[in-house]
Design a protein around this ligand. Sequence first.
Ligand code: GLC
Length: 729
Amino acid sequence: MEGLFNPDAKDLVAGAAGSTYAIPRLGIPSIVVADGPAGLRISPTRKNDNNTYYCTAFPVATLLASTWDTELIGNVGKAMGNEVHEYGVDVLLGPGMNIQRNPLCGRNFEYYSEDPLVTGKIASAMVNGVESEGVGTSIKHYAANNAETNRMALNVIAGTRTLREIYLRGFERVVKHAQPWTVMSSYNLINGTYASQNYDLLTKVLRDDWGFSGMVMTDWFGGKDPVAQVAAGNDLLMPGTPNQTKAILEGVKSGKVTVKDLDRNVTRILNLILQSPKFKGYKYSNKPDLKAHTLVARQAASEGMVLLRNVNSALPLPAEAKKVAAFGNSSYDIITGGTGSGDVNEAYSVSLVEGLQNAGFTINENLNALYSAYLKTAKEGKKKSRGFMMGSEPIAEFTINSDIAGSMANISDVALITIGRNSGEGYDRSPGEGDFQLTAVEKETMKVVADAFHAKGKKVVVILNVGGVIETASWKDIPDAILLSWQAGQESGNSIADILTGKVNPSGKLACTFPVRYEDVPSSKDFPGKVLAVTEVKDKKPENGGMPSFMNPKPAEDVYSEGIYEGYRYYSTFNVPVSYEFGFGMSYTSFEYSNLKLSSPKFSGKMTLTADVRNSGKSEGKEVVELYITAPAKSIDKPAIELKGFAKTRLLKPGETQSVVFEVTKDDLASFIPGISAWKADSGSYTVKLGSSSKEIRLTGSFILASDITVKKESQSLLPQVKINELKP
Ligand code: GLC
């Protein structure tokens, strides 16, 4: 069945991404689907309607993952689901959960982590939270949509172990632990076949291997051949075009589409509709509890911010440090989230300076006036948007010279310097200045401000208002403190102030690595893929059913030759230094780990580990405890460490202790062995490492697996058509 791109599909909720056909004679209503991962995205106003339809802009997915707090994410999901339900939408098109393979992917802000366990656990919590409100989700983009450049014709070439252990693993966890109503297939090809036309991906893996019983929809205008999509098990073609309808009807007549496949797909669509609030006749209020959700957004934001540096007790700011000199465009024009379908139409956003003023600080008015006037003029000169769904052109940083810095240092107590970065759907970031790298003006500002304030014995705090990883190694020793605030949603300024004042003790930890240089990233040599000369392309320009021109990409390919060695798996195995490691995050207090106990020295199907975490510092705080395992590399190579569990303590008072418990199953010990298409745990000695980051290991232990276990046989699927020389330690 098709979606909205047809005259008689009604615009039931203005601004929603799409809807399905109604068939009144059969009592089948039209259901509505809308984005996105950071909150519901619908139009905030409607023609001839005085009401408003604002939604809460929650923190972006990358920040949510940095909380490492599945319970909190469930609460965020519940609040988001309430807005979906009360605004008359049936399925939220989220969470986005592709692996952050490369820091420059434009949509990394919409995704959780470089690690499949963090991705799967956080996404499961989000799905359960949203769906607890009686509406559906669509986990996306299934699978291996790790770049935006040429996304609709990019062929991802990867080995089966790489796919199963890294790019599919998070989706597998969500399907098995959260039963999402729908899955959204991705634009790209995998090993030569469009994801939305890939029977291996959508039927053999998703349904036969994992037991998914919900419905699969395409991404908007995704794929090329509607007949192949029907056959592969892609049930719903979104937003749906007349060309696709025609192709399917012709397919039925010619026998290329079997009625059996069509009935199967339609059944799944009807099962989705049967679950929907629309079918149940829910009388939605159009009045979700936005006020309550604001508190959820503010709390989640402060829990996902990561304290990267704090020397000379710079933070929390002392009570008397009330006069703040705020530098950086983003101090006055906060970036609450990324661009494209992951954006939200919120009623307001709290800038950094507003958040500081709300917390009782005095912002230097001259600086405020300088930046505000500069930003106003700069914005007038810029086009509102760079193109379909793309955000506005970034504004170059206002130049701060040593005179301004010096005069501010004389009259202010502390300097804040905000570095802002944005990106979004449809395009990837740049490794150069102004994106991954700081600009010369940003570096100069940091230098002159630090020189001036340090000369007066005053502190300098850098705030990273970014949606993804940037270069930090070359400048991180200049300021006294660095707070990674990410893009924290509409309450950003208040949440940052909560951390700076110590009202909230930072407890966020990195779910992605900050490398020293972009070139250290294993995929930096091939990202975002190589455009193919026309002769290399089997099918010429992909047909696209009348989709907007910007979606006419160049056929390209990207060979994932790093294999499973992406993110910390790579840096730890190949001993590549990083600027900030996976799992890293500081606190205003300190924690001691002790008393690691394993349920047995020998693994027999399941292992329970416990340990004690004590707040050994002077302020209350929460700690994320990370469980890594080093497995014996017998039948196949293994990374130096792999994350196998994590737990976040409650708020511990100074001196208070909490025991954390981890369950390790044979699934956790197994690697995917392509030759036998099965998950297998090798016999041998396994080392357990409990850490406050992937490098700060506090406790270790070990256990023996006496004999190999073949944990699960999988279908032979997604075989690459070419030999891939995958990286090996
Ligand atoms: C977009 C995005 C997808 C979104 C959909 C509907 O192109 O790739 O994430 O849900 O279209 O807006």
